[in-house]
Design a protein around this ligand. Structure first.
Ligand SMILES: Cc1cc2nc3c(=O)[nH]c(=O)nc-3n(C[C@H](O)[C@H](O)[C@H](O)COP(=O)(O)OP(=O)(O)OC[C@H]3O[C@@H](n4cnc5c(N)ncnc54)[C@H](O)[C@@H]3O)c2cc1C
Ligand code: FES
Length: 259
């Protein structure tokens, strides 16, 4: 983990309120595990807490990484107003990342994302592709307008899309996409998911006895490094035990924590 003033080398609005920002710096060399995040200081004196944002793509050759974020409140709004050439104070990489050790060439894997949970799954997809896995991306969005990275995901594997309003792909949620692909693929070797709690619970329930289901959780964070307990969630086995999402997560095995 390192702190660095990373330079913004590109910033594009992919869809209304959804931005892709490219950052350059030495910190990139430490970003080795997909699913990790960086904690970015808001470039505004009055906003003290950093904002956690997942790494969507990492390129070691040119020392750049991409993040994709949705403007939610003042912090992400300030990121969207930052210009190419500005520097952002970044801490990272943080979190445990996805375990892809068990995936071997030609294994079928499901990578399931919803809304703004989709970004870290792109870097994950790149790594799974390097391993030669056969990847089924099952992505859910509110509507066609807020969809992004259709071409990028399609280049890595089979992309299936659901939208809540039916404006693109299957009308409904990603559970329907699972029902669509499972009869074709049979049981996948591993399932990786990131999205809202409802999506994560649906994945957990569908694959209840599967040994390789990995879920990326989101909790509000303060320090981001395991020191303040702002981000705890409860262990499923023993509700008296707390797990810190920032350093014991954000990725947990299904059944490990209460979603
Ligand atoms: C591990 C992790 C990875 C994330 N990756 C992404 C990503 O790739 N793209 C993206 O758009 N969003 C991501 N988020 C959510 C993102 O951190 C929040 O949307 C953002 O912090 C909101 O900040 P704000 O100032 O715009 O909103 P405000 O609501 O004004 O934020 C106020 C405070 O609440 C915290 N907060 C608000 N919502 C969340 C949330 N959902 N999770 C954690 N803290 C929150 C903020 O950090 C801040 O301290 C991630 C969250 C976590 C925990
Ligand atoms: S945010 Fe401080 S312990 Fe996780």
């Amino acid at each position: 983990m390192k702190q660095e003033m990373m330079e913004i080398v590109n910033q594009v609005e992919l869809a209304p309120r959804i931005f892709e920002m490219t950052l350059r710096g030495d910190l990139t060399q430490e970003m080795v595990t997909p699913g990790q995040f960086i904690h970015i200081r808001v470039p505004r004196e009055d906003l003290l807490l950093r904002r956690p944002i997942s790494l969507a793509e990492v390129n070691h050759d040119d020392k750049t990484c991409k993040v994709i974020y949705r403007v939610e409140g003042d912090g992400t709004k300030a990121f969207s107003e930052s210009q190419v050439g500005d520097k952002l104070d970044c801490l990272g990489p943080l979190g445990n990342g996805f375990d892809i050790e068990m995936v071997e060439k030609d294994d079928v894997v499901y990578v399931i994302g919803g809304g703004i949970g989709v970004p870290p799954l792109y870097e994950l997809g790149r790594r799974l592709k390097e391993k030669g896995a056969t990847i089924y991306f099952l992505n859910g969005f509110a509507s066609k307008d807020v969809m992004y990275y259709e071409e990028e995901f399609s280049a890595l594997g089979q992309l299936h899309i659901a939208t809540d309003d039916g404006s693109y792909g299957v009308k409904g949620h990603v559970g329907m996409l699972i029902d669509e692909v499972k009869p074709v693929t049979g049981e996948p070797k591993a399932i990786f998911a990131c999205g809202a709690p409802g999506l994560l619970r649906a994945v957990e329930t569908t694959f209840i006895d599967h040994p390789h289901v990995y879920l990326s959780m989101e909790e509000r964070m303060a320090c981001g490094v395991g020191a303040c307990y702002a981000c705890v969630c409860q262990s499923k086995k023993d509700p008296k035990v707390n797990k810190k999402v920032c350093d014991e997560g954000p990725i947990f095995k299904a059944g490990e924590v209460i979603i």
